[in-house]
Design a protein around this ligand. Structure first.
Ligand SMILES: [Zn+2]
Length: 257
């Protein structure tokens, strides 16, 4: 049973209990408004905080007892940018995970092949990555994810089991789709905010200030600022004695079906 189902059941029980006692105690309207606001707030929090595991099981970090971390990149492949990330990873012999967008793979299949050939993990990050993704029905979400997996399979011969929801937002429709396709939702424990960060130093500090074993870092492979700090982040992890591994190794989960 998901946390959403538990919270909804408790909310309904309290609501029905209040209504049944209303005749005796004349319960204030403010009580009902407050109850509804608490329920809605919990749902909003659960939708935007992936690690809350509110609608579905998510994997956001590995065990803190390990001395390894994983680096992940979202939203590619982006020609002219992803290659620069790949060159840095190759130079340092570091494996990473790339959560790719279906339509971008279709436009850049060679780049996906390079990702795969160089030993990086490929995950599903939806087909369109539109900001209306979270309003799709469960069938609509299944279509997006299945289409992306088909493109990846046609391109490199593997079918991803890892899915990262666009914007990190989840809801009951996404939970249904993920269950239907038997996917694992992979989040992060360190969000770099590299898409809005302009300052190299601030970005580096945000990523490294509490870096420890088990962490999963979220970057995007189309940001200049990410490309500029990546070698320093790799060096910093090494200085801390942290080995950078693929996220499937860190989470001990199968990456492909
Ligand atoms: Zn994204």
């Amino acid at each position: 049973m998901s946390r959403y189902a538990i919270v909804s059941t408790v909310f309904l029980v309290i609501l029905l209990g209040s209504l049944s006692l209303d005749g005796v105690f004349n319960i204030s309207l403010y009580w009902y408004i407050g109850l509804l606001l608490v329920y809605l707030s919990m749902n909003v929090y659960g939708a935007v905080v992936l690690s809350a595991q509110y609608f579905l099981r998510t994997r956001c970090s590995g065990s803190q007892s390990v001395s390894s971390i994983a680096i992940t990149f979202d939203d590619g492949p982006v020609p002219g940018m992803t290659e620069k990330i790949l060159d840095i990873l190759k130079q340092h012999e570091i494996p990473a995970a790339f959560f790719c967008i279906g339509h971008r793979i279709k436009e850049n299949p060679k780049l996906l092949r390079r990702l795969h050939d160089e030993g990086h993990l490929i995950g599903n990050h939806s087909y369109s990555h539109k900001n209306t993704f979270d309003f799709l029905s469960a069938t609509g979400v299944v279509k997006e994810l299945a289409e992306t997996n088909t493109i990846i399979h046609e391109c490199v011969g593997v079918t991803p089991r890892f899915f990262r929801p666009p914007y990190g937002v989840t809801n009951p429709m996404i939970a249904k789709a993920v269950a239907r396709l038997n996917l694992t939702v992979v989040g992060w424990s360190i969000r770099s905010f590299d898409t809005i960060s302009k300052d190299k130093k601030k970005l580096f500090n945000r990523v490294t200030q509490s870096l420890r074993g088990g962490d999963v870092i979220l970057f995007h492979d189309y940001c200049d600022v990410t490309i500029s700090i990546l070698p320093d982040v790799i060096a910093h992890a090494s200085k801390l004695g942290l080995k950078i591994v693929r996220v499937d190794t860190l989470l001990n989960e199968k990456a492909y079906g």
